[in-house]
Design a binder for this molecule. Structure first.
Ligand code: FAD
Length: 436
């Protein structure tokens, strides 16, 4: 064991899975046993990043401070980015933290662990596409989502100015990837652009002057989900003016266009890349088993090839019991894995023998938001095993309840309720989209 007698569980990454685990464990075992490390100071539920990018959700109102959560939930929070792990000494190496003015806020540190849980998530995979890293924005973090939002505001103002001199001018937004992120972003942008124009951009007609193009490599959008959902989502997007192109492989990203493998060009003043994920590259250098997208390969109990290191969520390749493929990178998976690890970690804290158990994913279906009053989804009947198609406001409300469930797991019912009511009132006093 490290410094004190308390068995230290260190969780790296306070996202959809890691934060829920830290909160649940912290409430039971306290800050001596449970430590959470994150490279950001504040938490936001990653599936809402497309709303941050569109400006319909304000990170300064929605974000939760890890320091506050640590105090409330009984874990220790360590602010810093893990860059390496000394597995023999069981120590994490953290980079120093600098302020915006480049002053050192925290020095480089070493943190000891007895049990380590890796929950560092994933980032967009550019698949080596020329120009993608330079010209496309990926919604991997709040910083990137904010960067997109500010670029969007800038482009809208520029388009409004240019319209008076060039009546045919159009603002083109290109989205690469027709998975949940790309589809949700396209729908959110439609509404956000219309709302932004409402605040003084009088020369712009969003329906005619803003063109959103969604390019997808496979033959349908939302290809991991049932065909009925793909068809419904595509129709909803096209009815509202989004151009959806399937079976298009983007071969290059240029400053003002996307170019496909046939050489066709799609104008794009702003480009978002949402076409696949990979785990952080440094995971492949830990001496643990990893796959070709750097995910840590874990067994059914979520243990890596090092018996004291576990991994969950997007950074892990975990077996899907009953299926011949690994579990998908979804918030629902990370959430359930966090719950599953509780028993194993309790045994490790108490020094008991670790019981054999295997994670079984219960697929409750998928929901995709296609605007503020619409959604599409397929819900799995837990008992019948059949799936039902849901659409419209009901699907949108169910989608919103997923975010609420995450807050409930982290904040508990009273705080979640108070926060929800508070935000409802604050919305009344704010513009429909964040304008500054
Ligand atoms: C726009 C968007 C929409 C999505 N919509 C859906 C949806 O509708 N439904 C769904 O199921 N999934 C959705 N997803 C996917 C979902 O967000 C992820 O599957 C989920 O967040 C994974 O959870 P996680 O805990 O593995 O990682 P994350 O939630 O990504 O958290 C990882 C954490 O690790 C921290 N971290 C990373 N590296 C380090 C380091 N070196 N040191 C310290 N900390 C580190 C990060 O700061 C972050 O807090 C969406 C994703 C995006 C981007």
């Amino acid at each position: 064991m490290t410094n004190s007698d308390a068995h230290r569980i260190v969780i790296v990454g306070g996202g959809a899975g890691g934060l829920e685990l830290a909160a649940k464990l912290g409430r039971k075992y306290g800050p001596q046993h449970v430590l959470l490390v994150d490279k950001a100071g504040g938490h936001i539920w990653k599936p809402s990043l497309h709303e941050v990018a569109a400006g319909t959700l304000d990170i300064h109102r929605e974000g939760l401070s890890y320091f506050m959560l640590a105090k409330d939930c009984g874990f220790t929070f360590i602010f810093g980015e893990v860059q390496a792990i000394d597995r023999d000494a069981r120590r994490l190496k953290l980079k120093p933290v600098f302020s915006d003015a480049h002053d050192e806020v925290f020095p480089a540190r070493d943190i000891g662990y007895d049990t380590l849980v890796m929950a560092v998530g994933s980032k967009s995979n550019f698949f080596g596409t020329p120009g993608a890293a330079e010209f496309a924005i990926a919604l991997d973090s709040t910083d990137e989502a904010e960067r997109f939002r500010l670029r969007l505001l800038h482009e809208l103002v520029t388009a409004n100015r240019r319209k008076s001199a060039e009546p045919d001018y159009q603002l083109n937004i290109g989205i690469v990837g027709g998975g949940a992120t790309g589809v949700e972003l396209a729908a959110e942008l439609l509404e956000a652009c219309a709302d932004a124009v409402f605040y003084g951009l009088n020369d712009l007609d969003p329906a005619a002057d803003i063109r959103i193009t969604l390019l997808e490599g496979s033959d349908r959008i939302l290809s991991a989900l049932p065909e009925k959902m793909s068809a419904a989502a595509q129709k909803l997007l096209e009815d509202r003016g989004v151009t959806v192109k399937t079976s298009v492989r983007v071969a290059a990203v240029e400053r003002d266009a996307l170019v496909d493998s046939e050489g066709s060009r799609y104008p794009a003043d702003l480009c978002v890349w949402a076409a696949g994920i990979e785990a952080p590259a440094w995971l492949a250098g830990l001496g643990l088993e990893t796959n070709r997208i750097n995910q840590l390969v874990v067994d059914g109990s979520l243990r890596t090839s090092d018996p004291v290191i576990y991994a969950l969520g997007d950074c892990a390749q975990a077996p899907w019991l009953g299926e011949d493929r690994p579990l998908p990178a979804r918030a629902q998976v990370a959430h359930q894995q966090a719950g599953f690890l509780m028993d194993t970690l309790r045994e490790r804290i108490k020094g008991q023998a670790i019981a054999q158990r295997a994670f079984r994913f219960r697929d409750y279906g998928s929901l995709v938001s296609v605007g503020h009053s619409r959604g599409v989804g397929s819900l799995m009947g837990v008992l019948s095993g059949k799936s039902w198609f849901v659409e419209g406001l009901l699907a949108r409300l169910m989608y919103m309840s997923l975010h609420l469930m995450h807050h409930l797991a982290v904040l508990g019912p009273v705080r979640t309720g108070t926060l929800a009511i508070g935000r409802l009132f604050m919305k009344r006093g704010a513009p429909r989209v964040k304008l500054h």
